[in-house]
Design a protein around this ligand. Structure first.
Ligand code: ADP
Ligand code: MG
Length: 629
C-alpha cells in the first residue's frame, strides 16, 4: 500500500502561522521544549504499552536525540518512541485541537506570552513554525504491519502525506530553519536551551558526542592503559531527587542537588521534600538558603517543572509570597502552566498547593524547633526573616508560627512569645495592667537608652531586621493587652507608666526659668522642652520622638497612605531632668552666658549620644568643648 494524500489542515483560517510567528517571537526558543517533550512522551508511551503487554517487540534503549546539520540548515529531533501511522498524523497533527481560528485570533491578538497560546490550544507541535519554514515528519508506528509515513508542511495551511523512509520504530521531526532563526543552528545555543528546559527530563537526551577515556588492557609493565572513545553526550539527569522517595536519599544527595541547581551558592540551612498525590499532584524539594546580612533578596529561585520539563522560575501565585525567598524545585502536572496570571490566581488547585506548601513549611519549622532548640536558635538569624514575613502576611501561618517564632533581646537571648511574656510580665506591666515590650531597632545608636532601660531591669528586644517594622505592629494586634515601645521613645522611667514618678525638686518659677534657658539654647525647629522629675541618676537631658508619631512617619515613608503624618515636620521632646544636679548648677550660676553655655553643652551631649549631632553642629560642639577644658 502506498500513501499519497494532500489536504488542508483544519483550522479554518489561512493565516494561523503568521499569527503564531508574530505573537510568539519573543519566546521562540520554546519550540525545542515542545518538540523534545513530545519525543519524551512518545518514548514513555511505548514503555507503558510494553509494560501493559500491548507491545511485545524490542524496546531498545530509550533515547531522544537532537542533531544539527549546519549545511542543510536543519535541526532534527528523533525518538524511538511509539511512532505514528498516517491516520494518526491526520488525527493528531492535522486537526489542530481548537474550536475555531477566529476565536483564537480574537482572543490572542494581545497575547504577551507564547505559553498562553500554546497551552490553551494544544499548539505544541506547531511551535516548530516559529523557527522553521518547512517541517517534515518521518515516522514509523510500533503497530504490527505499520508503514512508514512522511508529512511535510511549509507553514501554509496545506500539507502533504506520503510514504516515509523510516526503517526503525519512532519519529524524526526535521525542522528547516528559517533565515531569521539561524542562531538556533549554533551548538552552544541549542545546548543552552536544552540545559534550561531539559536538564531533568525522564528520558536520556543525546546532543552530539564527547570523548571519554576507557580501560584498554595493560602496557608492557602491567600498568592499566586507557583509550579515547566517542560516546553519546547525554545532557540530562533522568531521575532527579524530587522523583525519589525521601527515605532513599541522604543529606549528601540533597546538598549535591542544591549545588547542581545553584553552583555558586553556600550550602542551604535545611530543606523540605514535598510529596502529595491527592487532591493534586505535586513533588519537589524546597531549600532554606542562608541569607546574606545585607538582605539582598534573591527571588525567583524556585524552578517550576511539569513532569520534569522545566517551565518557569516565576512561581509567584503558586508559592506563597513569603516563601519566594526559598530555593528549589516544584513539579506538578496539575498546575495550569500555560494560562494567564489571572487564571492562575483563581485556580483552585493553585490555592490548595499554596496552602499545602505553607503548612509543610510550618510543620518543618516546628519539627526543627522541637528536635534541637539550640541549633534552631543558631539558624534563627536566617529563618527568622521568613517566619516573621510569613506571620505578617498569612493569618494561617501566624497561627502555626506563634509557637516557634522567637524574640531576641539585646543580650542575644531567644524566647518564644509565651516565654517572653512570662519573663517580663512582673516588671514590665503598667498601672493599667498593660504589658509593655521595649525594643531597639538600632542598638548601636540607641545604646544609652538601652542601658538606662536595663538599669531599671527592663528587657530590650532587638527589632532590627527589614520586616520588624511590620512585625512590631502585628504583635501589637495579636498579643493581648500588650503594646510595644521603641526604647528611645521616652526617658526610661516613662517608658512604662507606673505612677511612681519622682517629683521635680524645682519650684514652679525655677521650672519656668530652666525651660526658657533650654529653649534659647536649642536652635533647631520642632524641639519641645519639658521639665520632668526623674531619678537624679538619670541623664540630665534626653531627646526622644514619641512612639506614635514615629510610627506614623515610618508608615508614611513606606507609602502606607499616612500622607498627613508624612508631611508633618519632625517633632522631638527634650526632657530635662529637673532633679539632676546639673540643673541646680545652671540655676546657681549668675551669668546668663554661663547658663546658656551649660544648657547648650548638655543638649549637644544628648544629641551626640544618639548620633543626631553631625556636620557644622558637631564641629561647633567640639571646639566649644575644647575651650571648656
Ligand atoms: P500535545 O503534546 O499537548 O498533545 P502537541 O501539539 O505537542 O500537543 O502534539 C500533538 C500530538 O501529536 C501529540 O499528542 C501526539 O499524539 C502527536 N505527536 C507529536 N509528536 C510526536 C512524536 N514525536 N511521536 C509520536 N507522536 C507525536
Ligand atoms: Mg506536546
Amino acid at each position: 500500500m502506498s500513501i499519497e494524500e494532500k489536504g488542508t489542515i483544519s483550522i479554518h483560517t489561512e493565516n494561523i502561522f503568521p499569527i503564531i510567528k508574530k505573537f510568539l517571537y519573543s519566546d521562540n526558543e520554546i519550540f525545542l521544549r515542545e518538540l523534545v517533550s513530545n519525543a519524551v512522551d512518545a518514548v514513555q508511551k511505548i514503555k507503558r504499552l510494553a509494560a501493559l503487554g500491548q507491545y511485545s517487540g524490542e524496546l531498545g534503549n530509550p533515547l531522544v536525540e537532537v542533531a544539527v546539520d549546519k549545511d542543510a540548515k536543519t535541526i532534527t529531533i528523533s525518538d524511538n518512541g511509539l511512532g505514528m501511522t498516517a491516520d494518526e498524523i491526520k488525527k493528531y497533527i492535522n486537526q489542530v485541537a481548537f474550536s475555531g481560528a477566529s476565536e483564537f485570533v480574537e482572543k490572542f491578538k494581545d497575547a504577551k506570552d507564547a505559553n498562553e497560546i500554546i497551552g490553551k490550544f494544544g499548539l505544541g507541535f506547531y511551535s516548530a513554525f516559529m523557527v522553521a519554514d518547512l517541517v517534515e515528519i518521518q515516522t514509523l508506528s510500533y503497530q504490527d504491519g505499520a508503514e512508514p509515513a512522511r508529512w511535510v508542511c511549509d507553514g501554509s495551511t496545506s500539507f502533504e502525506i506520503t510514504d516515509g523512509n523510516k526503517t526503525t520504530r519512532g519519529t524524526d521531526i526535521i525542522l528547516h530553519i528559517n533565515a531569521e532563526s539561524e542562531e538556533f543552528l549554533e551548538n552552544h545555543k541549542l545546548e543552552e536551551i536544552l540545559d534550561k528546559y531539559g536538564k531533568f527530563l525522564p528520558v536520556p537526551i543525546k546532543f552530539g558526542t564527547k570523548t571519554e577515556q576507557e580501560p584498554d588492557g595493560e602496557d608492557e609493565e602491567g600498568k592499566p592503559k586507557t583509550k579515547s572513545v566517542e560516546v553519546d553526550n547525554i545532557i540530562n539527569t533522568t531521575n532527579p531527587i524530587w522523583t525519589k522517595a525521601p527515605a532513599d536519599l541522604s543529606d549528601e544527595d540533597y546538598l549535591s542537588f542544591y549545588k547542581q541547581l545553584y553552583p555558586f551558592s553556600e550550602d542551604p540551612l535545611f530543606w523540605i521534600h514535598l510529596n502529595v498525590d491527592y487532591p493534586f499532584n505535586l513533588t519537589g524539594v524546597l531549600y532554606f538558603p542562608k541569607l546574606k546580612n545585607d538582605y539582598e533578596f534573591q527571588r525567583n529561585k524556585i524552578k517550576l517543572f511539569s513532569r520534569q520539563v522545566f517551565i518557569t522560575d516565576e512561581v509567584k501565585d503558586i508559592v506563597p509570597e513569603f516563601l519566594m525567598l526559598l530555593h528549589g524545585v516544584i513539579d506538578s502536572p496539575d498546575i495550569p502552566l500555560n494560562v494567564s496570571r489571572s487564571f492562575l490566581q483563581a485556580d483552585s488547585n493553585v490555592k490548595k498547593i499554596n496552602s499545602y506548601i505553607t503548612k509543610k513549611v510550618a510543620d518543618k519549622l516546628q519539627e526543627l524547633f522541637n528536635k534541637d532548640r539550640k541549633s534552631y536558635e543558631e539558624k534563627w538569624g536566617d529563618i527568622g526573616l521568613f517566619v516573621k514575613y510569613g506571620m505578617v502576611s498569612e493569618e494561617k501561618f501566624y497561627d502555626k508560627a506563634k509557637d516557634f517564632a522567637l524574640l531576641t533581646n539585646t543580650k542575644e537571648e531567644h524566647y518564644t512569645l509565651d516565654e517572653y511574656r512570662d519573663k517580663i510580665k512582673d516588671i514590665q506591666t503598667d498601672k493599667n495592667g498593660q504589658l509593655v515590650y521595649i525594643y531597639a531597632n538600632d542598638p548601636a545608636k540607641q545604646d544609652s537608652f538601652i542601658q538606662s532601660a536595663n538599669k531599671k531591669d527592663y528587657d530590650v528586644l532587638l527589632m532590627n531586621s527589614p520586616i520588624d517594622n511590620h512585625f512590631v505592629s502585628q504583635l501589637e494586634q495579636k498579643l493581648e493587652k500588650t503594646s510595644l515601645k521603641r526604647v528611645d521613645s521616652s526617658v526610661a522611667s516613662q517608658l512604662i507608666d507606673k505612677d511612681e514618678n519622682h517629683e521635680s525638686v524645682l519650684s514652679e518659677d525655677q521650672s519656668k526659668q530652666v525651660k526658657e534657658i533650654f529653649e534659647k539654647a536649642i536652635t533647631r525647629p520642632g524641639y519641645n522642652v519639658e521639665i520632668v522629675g526623674l531619678n537624679p541618676e538619670e541623664l540630665p537631658v534626653t531627646v526622644t520622638m514619641d512612639e506614635f508619631m514615629r510610627r506614623m512617619k515610618d508608615m508614611a515613608a513606606m507609602g502606607g497612605g499616612m500622607g498627613f503624618y508624612g508631611n508633618m515636620p519632625d517633632s522631638y521632646k527634650v526632657a530635662i531632668n529637673g532633679n539632676h544636679k546639673l540643673i541646680g548648677k545652671i540655676l546657681a550660676s549668675d551669668k546668663s552666658e554661663d547658663q546658656a553655655l551649660l544648657a547648650k553643652q548638655a543638649v549637644d551631649l544628648a544629641l551626640l549620644a544618639q548620633g543626631m549631632l553631625t556636620g557644622a553642629e558637631l564641629t561647633e560642639f567640639v571646639s566649644r568643648s575644647v575651650a571648656l577644658i
